[in-house]
Structures are given as structure tokens and as C-alpha cells.
Design a protein. Structure first.
Length: 139
């Protein structure tokens, strides 16, 4: 039986600074796709603590989980790579609170509408005009 030598490259961690004043932190590797080379950042799952002021209650602290996710960047998007150990990358990821991309959600969009517009939209028996010729009615 033939054995193959697996890649024994140790994991590398960094805080990556992107043009547009964005940062992302996590495990770093190289990724090839479509004939191009990218920097891959595997962002760890974190527990994000947030404080907000609530009238009548003062400051309220809440905790939410931001799921682990992966982002890939071309070299032109990167301003700097700050190499660090895993613990430092985890701490930075918690401070940055980088969110994964989320698909557009119609439910979220409907929930965000003011009550009267949401009610009109959901109770209307009229089919929406998709031709763009009926601009008088927003829904």
C-alpha cells in the first residue's frame, strides 16, 4: 500500500487589514480559484457581547453568536497582514465582530416595513405590476 505525505504546514493566524478600513481575523491560508490566487481567512465562531441603552432600563448587555465563516480576498484588496498567534486572532475576531454574508431575506424586509405598509402589502389581493408601468402604488 502506497502512503502519501500530507501537507504538514502549521496553521497560520493573522489580522488582515483591507482597503476601505475593514479588518478580519482568523486562520490564514492560500486558495486558488479560477486561475487566480486568493488569501483565505477562516474566521472563528465568536460570542459577541453588546451593550445598548434601553429607555427605563439603562444599559443592557446581550450576547449573540456569530457563526464561523470563510472569506477570500484578492491581493489588491489587502492593505496589510499582521501575523499573530491563534489566541491573538481569536481576541481580534471578537473585537472586530465580522459578520458572514447573509442571503437576502424577504421575511426580514417585510418585517422591517412600518406596520401600515406591511398590512397593506400582506392583505392586498391585487397582483403587483412587474412591468414598471404602475408607479403610483409602491406595493
Amino acid at each position: 500500500m502506497e502512503t502519501t505525505q500530507q501537507d504538514q504546514t502549521p496553521a497560520q493566524f493573522a489580522i488582515v487589514e483591507l482597503f476601505g478600513h475593514q479588518r478580519v481575523a482568523g486562520k490564514i491560508s492560500q486558495q486558488a480559484f479560477g486561475g487566480a490566487s486568493f488569501v483565505r481567512v477562516d474566521v472563528p465562531e465568536i460570542e459577541a457581547q453588546e451593550r445598548e441603552y434601553v429607555d427605563g432600563r439603562g444599559y443592557v448587555t446581550s450576547v449573540r453568536t456569530i457563526q464561523a465563516h470563510t472569506r477570500s480576498f484578492g491581493g489588491g484588496a489587502i492593505y496589510a497582514i499582521n501575523w499573530c498567534d491563534e489566541t491573538t486572532a481569536q481576541i481580534a475576531a471578537r473585537a472586530i465582530k465580522h459578520e458572514p454574508l447573509s442571503p437576502y431575506s424577504v421575511k426580514s424586509a417585510i418585517d422591517a416595513l412600518p406596520d401600515d405598509q406591511r398590512h397593506r402589502l400582506l392583505t392586498s389581493s391585487r397582483q403587483p405590476d412587474l412591468t414598471g408601468e404602475d408607479d403610483d402604488h409602491p406595493f
